[in-house]
Design a protein around this ligand. Sequence first.
Ligand code: LRH
Ligand code: MN
Ligand code: MN
Length: 424
Amino acid sequence: MQIEKYKIDEHNQSMLKEHRRRFDFIAAGVSDAEAILKKLIDFQVAIPSWALGTGGTRFGRFSGGGEPRSLEEKIEDVGLLHALNRSSGAISLHIPWDIPGNPAAIKALAAQFGLRFDAMNSNTFQDQPGQQYTYKYGSLQNVKKEVRRQAIDHNIEVINYGKQLGSDSLTVWLSDGSCFPGQLNFRQAFQHTLEGLQEIYAALPGNWKMFVEYKAFEPNFYSMTVGDWGQSLLYASKLGPKAYTLVDLGHHLPNANIEQIVALLLMEGKLGGFHFNDSKYGDDDLTVGSIKPYQLFLIFNELVEGMDARGMDHARDLGWMIDASHNVKDPLEDLLQSVEAIMLTYAQALLIDRKKLVATQLANDAVAAQEILQNTFRTDTRALVAEARLRAGAALDPLALYRNERVREHLVKERGAGTVATGL
Ligand code: LRH
Ligand code: MN
Ligand code: MN
């Protein structure tokens, strides 16, 4: 299933008049609309291969049908998203869920859709069929040397797949930790993990980055060996300049001030990448912006401010990725909504009047500072983002076109109603 260019043009034509009216309205109030549009066109958000199927919980999984049955079909799905919004130009793979049988052919297929390979993800949180040692008591932290060895070798294997695909980063998320007090020697667990990461780090090609993703809870519920940004930053600092902290929005304790974490990591030059999602309780992996859009805006505010202060390229210098799961929605529709939420919020952050905000801070004027942030947050950036899409050759309303074209029905016909994609 592919969406032909002429379908996008027809769709855009039908919406153009109304779009122009809305765009002209917002553009009139923005001093540098062209510069903002360029940034929006450049900004790409990677799609995780494991979010293309219906997610499950430990209570069940309800497939919506037409899920990708192979890596090739996953790439095809991301290709569809990218054709619709031109903002999803990368895919992130998880090994062994997505082992590329023929990496050169997979790379060529992705290129046909204009996609590149974002961070590679290793998996030492599940045991795989035929695997020699179990990860029940952790992987890199394990008290048994042979288990640690197996986990290190797996990560190096993932780097090797990534090299063949043209990826340039490895995300390491460890479920290591303990479920009960006394189960683990914290210091020894940290040391073992650090030593393992050091070996993996040594196997990184020169231009690669390593992202150390933290998470406060789950599947271990007493301690996590990479449990928060402090621990991740400690590993990343000890590892060296190619190692960075990765922030997954769902991995904090309740009410954590994520925007402040982001600001400080950026200041230290140690923020590497993002996993976007939203949550009400824990690592809920809900659609980006569906629960706490203002928090997302405050995070983007810090991202834009901090990246500009360091002269960083918004589109290229951090790894932007969605990490979501969908129990009740069509995964592709959910991903379109998530990318849209990210783009709208990024656009809002670009609209903040920095000079005025700094002046309010210097004057200790909390009221005026709040006015600036909330006025911007309440600005409707939909036409701005739609214009960026139009100029990039995408659809003015990707979700509407997806539905009009009955994409899911086509996929179910093509692939079957009972297909289940690999992933969580
Ligand atoms: C862990 C996590 C991590 C994994 C993904 C499947 O909760 O966020 O990024 O790789 O989920
Ligand atoms: Mn994640
Ligand atoms: Mn997660």
